[in-house]
Design a protein around this ligand. Structure first.
Ligand code: SF4
Length: 311
């Protein structure tokens, strides 16, 4: 695999595009959250599949699916970003997050588990905190069993597990995430085993649209606020979001969100994760943003707008 181009800004986020010998492409990202310096928090987001078979309505990674990345190909992305800044593989960041969330559902690729096993010995990174963000696809039971064991052995208190829920309405959820997946009850049963005192709370993520229901009572019926927190993210203006005419519940400049207050009243910690809006222009927020943009005939002006530099 070879890095062929990049786009973005040093002080926010950089997307890299890498190509395999047979011409398949993946994207990966490094970002910081200004004004927090890189030494405090550095986030890497890596791809785990070529495309994604899940086809979520808000994600540009869905669609063409070209297989799993090997363990080496996933590590290549991480190595590339680390070596560029820290050739000695010593990462000073107090919080060094590696997110398996960029492109491709990680639970469909068991090589992600091998990468998780490799990380602690490969880098000198006291702040290492891996994060797996998943829809919990059907048939991934073995992946999650192994993940639980790996968390217990290597990452107690410093592993972030996030389930993408998006809505409490099962019909709407099936439309937004049109792939076989665990229901809320099954996620909750697993979460009860996964979370132990001292671990980071499990995140329930809602990339919340105006239309999607988010019922605090339904959530309380399954998920104990002692073990779970809720993260609300904007629906980023990907090409696919615009095609599907989805409208984000979180909007720039709005301060009051009644639906979120209901979650807080139900006892949940709620994180509103708007991030850097500039990332929408850089294309570092979601899926295979740049590649999809380049293929798209409409070339929406609302999303990607940075110059892509050859490497
Ligand atoms: S959101 Fe995740 S699971 Fe859904 S299509 Fe995108 S990469 Fe795949």
């Amino acid at each position: 695999m070879k890095v062929v181009s990049s786009a973005g800004r040093e002080d926010v986020a950089i997307v890299y595009i890498a190509e395999t010998a047979d011409g398949r492409r993946v994207e990966f990202v490094e970002s910081i959250q200004p004004p927090v310096p890189r030494e405090k928090k550095w986030v890497l987001i890596v791809s785990t599949l070529f495309g994604c078979p899940c086809g979520c309505r808000m994600c540009d990674a869905g669609g063409d699916y070209g297989g799993r990345l090997s363990t080496e190909q996933i590590l290549f992305q991480i190595d590339y970003m680390i070596k560029k800044r820290y050739p000695e593989m010593k990462i000073p960041a107090e919080k060094f997050k590696i997110q398996f969330a960029r492109m491709g559902e990680p639970a469909l690729n068991p090589n992600v588990l091998d990468v998780l096993l490799e990380l602690p010995g490969r880098y000198n990174a006291p702040g290492l905190m891996p994060a797996v963000s998943t829809i919990a696809p059907s048939g991934s039971e073995e992946f999650f069993e192994r993940l639980l064991g790996i968390k217990e052995e290597f990452y107690r208190g410093r592993f972030q597990l996030q389930f993408s829920i998006h809505t409490t309405d099962s019909k709407m959820r099936d439309w937004l995430v049109p792939a076989g997946k665990w229901g809320l009850e099954k996620i909750a049963r697993y979460g009860e085993r996964f979370f132990r005192k001292g671990d980071r709370k499990i995140t329930l993520n809602f990339a919340l649209t105006e239309e999607a229901k988010m019922d605090a009572e339904i959530l309380r019926g399954y998920f104990d606020p002692e073990n779970y927190l809720i993260k609300i993210t904007p629906v980023n203006p990907t090409e696919r979001v615009q095609e599907n005419k989805l409208s984000s519940y979180l909007k720039t400049g709005m301060g009051k969100y009644g639906r979120i207050d209901k979650l807080k009243n139900a006892g949940y910690d709620v994180v509103i994760s708007i991030g850097e809006l500039e990332e929408n222009s850089i294309g570092s927020n979601c899926g295979q943003y740049i590649s999809y943009y380049l293929k798209s005939e409409r070339k929406s002006q609302k999303s990607y707008s940075y110059k892509i530099k050859a490497i």
